[in-house]
Design a binder for this molecule. Structure first.
Ligand SMILES: Cc1cc2nc3c(=O)[nH]c(=O)nc-3n(C[C@H](O)[C@H](O)[C@H](O)COP(=O)(O)OP(=O)(O)OC[C@H]3O[C@@H](n4cnc5c(N)ncnc54)[C@H](O)[C@@H]3O)c2cc1C
Length: 416
């Protein structure tokens, strides 16, 4: 079959990997000059089933009220007259019940655990390098109540298959020596030893080179404009350069997926949730953490990527704007410097923003549509790097006519 994958972010490129392995003739199309240049470029680097719980938690509505009006808030809502954002927000709030939170956690965790295991297979199969570390992820806490709640949540995740350990402050210092030289006053943490980290951008470009050598056709600097239909089939895709025919079409255009599908009557409830990252060179310094860290108070993550430390976080609903607000970027850099003063050269920090493609239940959208040869693999929100391999395998199984190895009921478009 000729399969056209629209979008060469980490989600699209990994889909191309499994589709090629299944013997399809794969073409990947992206408007950028290479793979992984949009949201997959400088993310937090975590492969984190431990963070599979959706952002739509029962606590979020209360926390949002606390953050209103604060420019350095981890979640910033820029009030705009945007009916789609308001409709999406109501759906997001509807998912903040205990019942929906539990249901969505199970869905994400299942896919994330599957994905983490498959990523290891991809490494072995391809030999690609992307500054990956198999050192686990540590969530840290400074207040007793949050720590206790997290330990309870840790028990649930353990029962669901994500092994984790509750550690006190001394145990954390033994595990992560960077806390010995940090003025930070953490009281405990949850350590998930099997979680991993790595550079999603490096992974995307290395996998692209590997796939291109096997005959996958990558068409860069080509923008997909529309889909041409006859009845309930897509007969071709129209780009700014050509009309391309395919037997199956996969939409993996991240936050931009809804625009392509809207004219076909497919309403994808995806909003761009802007985030920031700061990348600090660590050469010549010895105070950067070696284990990837999720800091629950500051809502940021720290990940070691070779001789760099990536610090990422914050959420801003402000349309498709990717401009860097210096105040918000500096705020992350300053927090990192205050916690790990000897981690690296903070004066040389590089700032970046990206748009997480977020659904209201924080679960991706994978699977078929009402058009018989049109498939979705998008809406991965804050977990696209974690879930790319599992999503790609599930998608390729569906397109190739196999039953996926995990339960995929309720991760398709029909749930909305
Ligand atoms: C600050 C931040 C931190 C994060 N940290 C983590 C983390 O630690 N772990 C994790 O798992 N996830 C993390 N994420 C989320 C993760 O980065 C995303 O879920 C993931 O990158 C989404 O990948 P994608 O391929 O779907 O989208 P993208 O990477 O955005 O790829 C979509 C591609 O489609 C192309 N495209 C769009 N429109 C068109 C068009 N019309 N024609 C042609 N091409 C088009 C774009 O050029 C782009 O290359 C983070 C995100 C942010 C912003």
């Amino acid at each position: 079959m000729r399969v056209l994958v629209l979008g060469a972010g980490v989600v699209g490129v990994t889909a191309a990997y499994y589709l090629q392995k299944d013997g399809h003739n794969v073409t990947v199309i992206d408007r950028q000059s290479g793979s992984g240049l949009e949201t997959s470029f400088a993310n937090g680097g975590q492969i984190s089933p431990s963070n599979a719980a959706p952002w739509a938690t029962p606590e979020v509505p209360k926390q949002m009220l606390k953050w209103i009006g604060r420019n350095d808030a981890p979640l910033l809502y820029r009030m705009r007259l945007d009916p789609k954002l308001w409709a999406w927000s109501l759906r997001f709030l509807a998912n903040c019940t205990a019942q929906n939170f539990a249901k969505n956690t199970v869905k994400n965790l299942r896919l994330a655990l599957y994905s983490r295991a498959l990523l290891q297979d991809i490494r072995k199969d391809t030999g690609i390098q992307y500054d990956y570390l198999e050192r686990g992820i540590l969530k840290v806490f400074r207040n007793e109540r949050d720590f206790k709640n997290a330990a309870k949540q840790g028990n649930i995740l353990r029962e669901l298959g994500s092994d984790n350990q509750v550690l006190n402050a001394t145990e954390i210092k033994n595990l992560e020596p960077a806390y010995n030289t940090s003025p930070d006053k953490i009281i405990g943490g949850i350590f998930t030893p099997e979680d991993e980290s790595g550079d999603a951008f490096k992974f995307s470009i290395e996998l692209t080179t590997y796939l291109a050598s096997l005959g996958v056709d990558f068409r860069f600097t080509e923008t997909v404009k529309s889909l041409k239909t006859v009845g309930n089939r897509i007969v071709s895709i129209i780009t700014d350069k050509a009309s391309i025919e395919g037997d199956a079409i996969v939409v993996s255009m991240g936050s931009y997926s809804p625009f392509l599908l809207q004219p076909l009557g497919i309403k994808l409830p995806i909003q761009p949730a802007k985030g920031y990252s700061v990348t600090i060179p660590t050469a010549g310094h010895n105070g950067a953490p070696k284990i990837s860290i999720t800091d629950e108070d500051y809502k940021i993550v720290f990940t070691r990527l070779g001789n760099r430390m990536r610090v990422a976080g914050t959420v801003e609903f402000n349309g498709y704007d990717t401009q860097i607000n210096e105040e918000r970027a500096n705020s992350i850099n300053n927090i990192a410097q205050s916690l790990f003063p000897n981690a690296g050269d903070y004066a040389k920090a590089e700032f970046w923003t990206g748009l997480r493609p977020l659904t209201p239940d924080c679960v991706p959208i994978i699977g078929p549509t009402n058009f018989e040869n049109l498939f979705l693999n998008t809406g991965h929100g804050s977990l696209g790097w974690t879930m790319c391999a599992g999503s790609a395998k599930v998608l390729s199984d569906i397109i190739s006519g196999r039953i996926p190895e995990i339960d995929i009921s309720d991760i398709g478009i029909n749930r909305f």
